[in-house]
Design a protein around this ligand. Structure first.
Ligand SMILES: CC(C)(COP(=O)(O)OP(=O)(O)OC[C@H]1O[C@@H](n2cnc3c(N)ncnc32)[C@H](O)[C@@H]1OP(=O)(O)O)[C@@H](O)C(=O)NCCC(=O)NCCS
Length: 181
């Protein structure tokens, strides 16, 4: 699917496929330490990439965006059906119980030199519509968001995520946020 950025440039968005392994590894290798430290659903090494691409998990939808001029991956987003055990446990400790059948867990990443150009929002808009039409009623953040990650916190707020609680992890303050659809 072609997706237009605010500056009029068109990128291509689609599901990750087995043939994307080399491209995905170079995407991970190109991420700055700052982005890696904030986006943490899994490691970024070759065995992980091969596992992701060649043994797809049908509970996780993985989307990529491609710059058609270069053919390289410029964004990678995960949407997991239900919640991770850790996220579910944390919400339950606050007496927040979300029906796993209607919940999706979200983890976005955009290549450093494409961040703040609308890629994350353009992709998110399309995917959220698809999830809503399939019966998803709430989206939570995979492992929350670091409170100091201003770019991501603003991104979630722009897409109407609401604060759901705080927790301490890796000596950092983190927020849980939920989007009610
Ligand atoms: C968070 C992330 C996915 C957002 O995607 P993006 O493509 O950079 O975001 P967009 O360009 O679509 O911007 C959407 C909103 O985010 C916020 N935002 C973007 N860049 C920002 C910046 N430099 N400073 C503050 N807020 C910013 C703004 O609210 C912006 O809305 P606006 O354009 O109307 O002002 C992306 O920056 C990223 O991958 N960051 C590193 C990894 C990460 O933090 N992942 C999330 C882990 S919880």
């Amino acid at each position: 699917m072609n997706v237009s950025l605010p500056n009029g440039y068109n990128i291509v968005m689609r599901r990750l496929e087995p043939g994307d392994a080399i491209n995905l590894l170079s995407y991970f290798n190109g991420l700055s330490a700052g982005t890696r430290q904030r986006f943490g659903p899994h490691p970024f090494d070759e065995p992980t990439v091969n596992h992701i691409c060649h043994h797809p998990d049908d509970t996780i939808y993985r989307y990529i965006a491609i710059d058609p001029a270069e053919g390289n991956i410029i964004a990678y987003m995960l949407f997991k059906k239900g919640m991770t055990e850790g996220d579910q446990y944390r919400y339950a400790q606050r007496n927040q119980f979300l029906d796993p059948a209607m919940t999706v867990t979200f983890a976005p990443s955009v290549a450093d030199n494409w961040q703040s150009s609308g890629v994350g929002s353009a992709m998110y808009g399309c995917i959220e519509n698809e999830l809503r039409s399939k019966g998803t009623r709430q989206i939570v953040l995979w492992g929350g968001v670091q409170a100091t990650n201003e770019k991501a916190v603003n991104y979630y707020k722009k897409h109407h995520y609401q604060y759901a609680g705080s927790f301490w992890h890796d000596e950092k303050d983190n927020h849980d946020m939920v989007k009610w659809l």
